[in-house]
Each structure stands twice: as C-alpha cells, then as structure tokens.
Write a protein that binds this ligand. Structure first.
Ligand SMILES: C[S@@+](CC[C@H](N)C(=O)[O-])C[C@H]1O[C@@H](n2cnc3c(N)ncnc32)[C@H](O)[C@@H]1O
Length: 382
C-alpha cells in the first residue's frame, strides 16, 4: 500500500546509494518486492573499462582469451545476483534486461551468451525461472550485417534483440490481509494492456527520455527506455512495494517507480550520474501525467472501438466510471504523482493525488494525454 503522509496524502520514497551493489548493506533481507535492472553487458566494449578495473579481467582480455574474460566478468555480476536472492521477499520477482555480445578476439568472431550465463547462475542460486521476454530492437544501420557478405558460410546473423529474464524467489507471493488484497486489486492494469504487455516478444516498446542534462553521459549509460521499467513495475508489483535497481545508471527505474506509486532504491558506482538523476526526478511528474493520460486515452479508445463493433463491455470501474473488460479492473486506480521533493541527500519523496469517487457518486476525473503539461525539454515516446 502507498504510505499515508501528513494531510493523509499518499507518498512514496526513493533513495540512491552511490556504492557497489555487490554488498547492499543498507537493504534489509527480504525487504524488496521487485528488481528491475540492466547490468553492464560483459564483452561489450563500452563496459571494458569498468570490468578491467579487476586486473585478472584486464589480463584475460589482453591475452585475448575471450571466454575467460567473459567468465570472469560474469563472476563480478554473480555477486550482485547473490544479493538479490537475499533481499527479495518470498514470491518477489527479478527482471534482468541483458543483451548477448558478439566480438572478434584474436581474429575469432564469437557470440558471448550473456543471457544464458546469467540464467544459469540464477537457477544455481535457487530462483524459479519464469517465461521471459524478447525485446526486439531493430536496427537499420547499413553495416548491421557482419562477416563475409553474400559468400557462404562466413556471414553472421545480426543480433537485433535483447532479453528480459524474469525470475521469482520461490512460489507465488501471498496477499493475506484484506488491506493487501484490496491494494492488489487497486493495482490492476487494463485487460487490453495485459494482452500487449504479457506477450513474449516486445516489438512496440516506446521510449521516453529527458532531453536535458549531459547527453554524452546519457549515451554512455546504456539507459533503457522509461516504458520498459514502467511496464515491468506495473506488471510485477503493487502500489507501495519497494523496487530495487542495483545498476541504476541515469535513474530510469527510479522515475518509473515514482510514476507508478512504488518506493525505490537504486545503487550506482558512478556518482557522475547524480545531476542527471536529479533533473530526471523533477521531470518525472510531467512524464507520469503524460504516460497515465496516454493509458487512459488508449483505454477509452479501446472501449469506443469495441462498442462500435457491437461488442459492449459489461463491467464498470467504480472509481472512474468507465467500462472495463473484467471484474478484476473494477477497483483499479491510477495514482497521479503530484509533487516530488528532495528530503535529504539522494533521497526523494513523491506525493500523489489519490483518485476517489465523490460522495455524490460522481466518478473521479482521470488525466488525459491531451491535457498533460509538456515542456520543450521533455520528449516523450519517441
Ligand atoms: C547498463 S547501465 C544501467 C542503465 C540504467 N538501466 C538506465 O536506464 O540508466 C549499468 C550501470 O551499472 C553501474 N554499475 C556497474 N557495476 C556496478 C556495481 N557493482 N554496483 C553499482 N553500480 C554498478 C554502471 O556504472 C552503469 O551506470
């Protein structure tokens, strides 16, 4: 549940630790409900400098033994995955976005299968593997095909996807009290969103990014789109949960948690990201209004199309008064972030306007994308 603050306003809290996620001493065991993250990708050159801080990895790369370097890089990540096992609640979920790497070492071209190396370690740890998502990232780059051109057999298949691996810590999460059950129902998503989000191939992932800040830093951050974190958080956690990102980078997971009414904790080695995260936080409210407005517009469009096709919808959302496909959506609410405030160093608090049906049973008003405030600095859903 979202915590109530002074004046009964709902609040969420977000903090960033500039420290190594291999030992997240500030995160209590079994205190995290969801992990959404993307590590530095082993064997992708942009992350060599970071991994090569370990002399053994530097040596392996320089002595050109690719498979050894690959293994040693993963052993660094393993230590963070081990921490996830400790901090996740029973039934908590970890979503890891990872791409495989292709690289030529000593004239030998090879694929380094990052996703399967992480998967193997997570299974060894005792995580349950759930069906995962292929994120299709099509490239139109003219040099995307590698190898011997049109001459068999030395041409290579182009990698145009990444993985979103999904794991659960043990069995299904339990919601026992009436309050927990109500919060879970209120955290529902739309039926038509379920049909899109729970597909195993994401072809349609739209991004959102702030146009402000250090673009060079943003470029070398390997940031994922806001929509990726927004969806995963909406799919696998409920309002008031705590979301952890051990590799927070530019803060995308934190912004998505703030917009969806979840708390968050982020770890990051590189404190140069702080100004970018700070700026992003201040845009999160507008970003949230736009995304929520877009969801509602999308839903109302879906309802109109369905009704026009002579297929009426029989349930009604009790809060907003619009039709919904299933009983599970009738109590759904979308908390609207109202303000974000830095409470102390690297800690932020978000307050929300909770939609409630009024006493005279008029439905609550919902934000519409067309009414969302936009600034020149924010480019949303490119
Ligand atoms: C792929 S980026 C994450 C990008 C992020 N998802 C975003 O949207 O901006 C990986 C980040 O992890 C950080 N990092 C690498 N190893 C780390 C560690 N052991 N502990 C904490 N942060 C780490 C890197 O500095 C980098 O910013």
């Amino acid at each position: 549940m979202l915590r109530k603050g002074a004046c009964n306003a709902m609040i969420s809290e977000h903090c960033i630790r500039f420290a190594d996620a291999k030992a997240m001493a500030d995160v209590a065991s079994q205190s995290v409900h969801l992990v959404v993250t993307s590590p530095p990708y082993p064997m992708i050159e942009m992350w060599d400098e970071l991994f090569c801080r370990q002399p053994a990895i530097k040596k392996a790369l320089h002595s050109r033994t690719g498979i050894n370097a690959f293994e040693l890089m993963h052993r660094q990540l393993d230590r963070v995955w081990d921490e996830l096992y400790r901090v996740l609640v029973p039934g908590g979920i970890a979503c890891i976005n990872i791409g495989d790497a292709t690289r030529t070492i000593k004239g030998e071209f090879a694929l380094y299968p990052n996703h399967s190396r992480i998967l193997t370690h997570m299974l060894k740890m005792g995580f349950t593997n759930l069906p995962s998502i292929l994120w299709r990232k099509q490239t139109n780059a003219p040099n995307k095909f590698m190898g011997s051109g049109m001459m068999p057999p030395g041409a290579y298949v182009t990698l145009e996807h990444e993985h979103i691996l999904i794991f659960r810590n043990g069995g299904k999460r339990q919601f026992n009290t009436q309050e927990e059950k109500t919060n879970r129902r209120q955290s529902a998503f739309f039926w038509e969103e379920r049909n899109q989000w729970f597909s195993d191939v994401w072809m349609d992932l739209k991004g959102a990014r702030q146009e402000t800040g250090d673009q060079q830093l943003r470029k070398r951050s390997g940031a994922y789109p806001f929509e990726l974190a927004y969806r995963l958080i909406s799919m696998f956690s409920v309002m008031g949960d705590t979301v952890l990102d051990p590799f927070i980078g530019t803060g995308t997971t934190l912004f998505a948690a703030a917009v969806t009414g979840r708390n968050s904790v982020g770890y990051e080695l590189d404190s140069a990201f702080l100004p970018l995260i700070g700026q992003g936080c201040h845009h999160a409210i507008e970003l949230g209004h736009h995304r929520i407005g877009e969801r509602v517009d999308g839903h109302l469009r879906f309802v109109r199309n369905r009704e026009a096709a002579g297929r009426p919808i029989k349930h009604t959302n009790q809060v907003y008064g619009f039709p919904v496909m299933t009983r599970q959506e009738t109590e759904m609410i979308i908390p609207l972030p109202a303000a974000i405030q830095e409470t102390s160093k690297n800690q932020f608090k978000v307050t929300y306007a909770a939609p409630e049906a009024s006493a005279d049973r008029q439905p609550a008003t919902v934000p519409r994308a067309s009414q969302a405030v936009k600034t020149g600095q924010l480019r949303v859903f490119e």
